[in-house]
Design a protein around this ligand. Structure first.
Ligand code: ADP
Ligand code: MG
Length: 259
């Protein structure tokens, strides 16, 4: 949409944030201090509707702290978060979820003793009528390659299936912005390839923006449009995966981690 068209009024978000209407999320000087340690240092980060962005960086760079502020699990020390035309900095987490921000945390959060079907019901009951449960559950099982597992307990699933179930639970809320914290950590090569394929399919079929935190640069290369590198709580660089991968300064910060 062109804002030079006189018939098109600028939305409050454009006026407030100075970014285009296609931006789904924008942070301004987002800062989180833990005592004397600054985990995210005045981060200005933006992502467009429908974009798949990977957030990479060495251990301790502030990646989890950053996304945990976006979902409202951590309160920023300073700064602002704009999402879908609103200032959500003070909004409670459950309300952010209702407005379309969904997250799959780094630490698994399945109910291990419940069945796959029962796990899926938990998020679904907040968005659909009980009469629609079974159909929606079946659709999700098929889409996330979990057919036939509905009555099994979550604990009996493979690690890869558990990751897919968690992504299915987050996606069942039909988010506009999906946050994934290390979705392939600890998975085998085959399981990682399956998650990559799943994310590419969702990106192509749904208009959902993704922020995917990941360590595995090959996985990032297989899914990302653009990459943001976080280092010591700051955006170190942003660009295409090729640019980032070939950047000697990025190589250095990763090497530094191994010393
Ligand atoms: P990443 O996800 O990139 O590995 P984190 O966001 O987990 O990094 O951590 C960033 C920095 O903040 C690290 O130095 C970490 O030790 C520190 N940190 C994270 N969470 C807490 C917390 N709850 N209390 C104190 N320090 C924390
Ligand atoms: Mg982390």
């Amino acid at each position: 949409m062109s804002t030079s068209d006189p018939t098109v009024k600028e939305s409050p978000a454009v006026a407030e944030t100075g970014v285009g209407t296609e931006t789904i999320l924008q942070t301004r000087a987002l800062r989180k201090d833990f005592g004397g340690l600054t985990a995210t240092n005045d981060v200005d980060f933006g992502i467009d509707e429908g974009e798949l962005r990977c957030l990479i960086g060495p251990n301790g760079a502030g990646k989890s702290t950053f996304v945990n502020q976006l979902i409202g699990r951590l309160e920023p020390t300073a700064g602002t978060i704009y999402y879908d035309g609103m200032d959500i900095t003070e909004m409670p987490s459950h309300e952010r979820v209702r407005k379309g921000i969904s997250i799959k945390f780094q630490v698994p959060s399945l109910y291990q003793n419940l069945s796959v079907r029962e796990n899926l019901r938990i998020p679904l009951q907040t968005v659909v009528d009980p009469s629609a449960f079974d159909q929606r559950v079946d659709e999700l099982l098929e889409r996330f390659h979990l057919e036939g597992t509905g009555d099994e307990t979550a604990s009996s699933l493979s690690h890869g299936q558990q990751q897919r179930l968690e992504i299915a639970m987050a996606m069942s809320l039909e988010p506009k912005l999906m946050l994934l914290d290390e979705p392939v950590a600890g998975l085998s090569v085959e399981e990682t390839a399956e998650i990559a394929e799943l994310l590419r399919t969702i990106r192509d079929e749904d208009d959902v923006a993704f922020i995917v935190i990941e360590h595995d640069i090959d996985f990032v290369e297989s899914i990302a449009d653009r990459v943001t590198v976080l280092h010591q709580g700051e955006i170190f660089t942003e660009g295409s995966i090729e640019d980032v991968r070939n950047d000697p300064a990025v190589k250095r910060i990763y090497l530094g981690e191994e010393q």
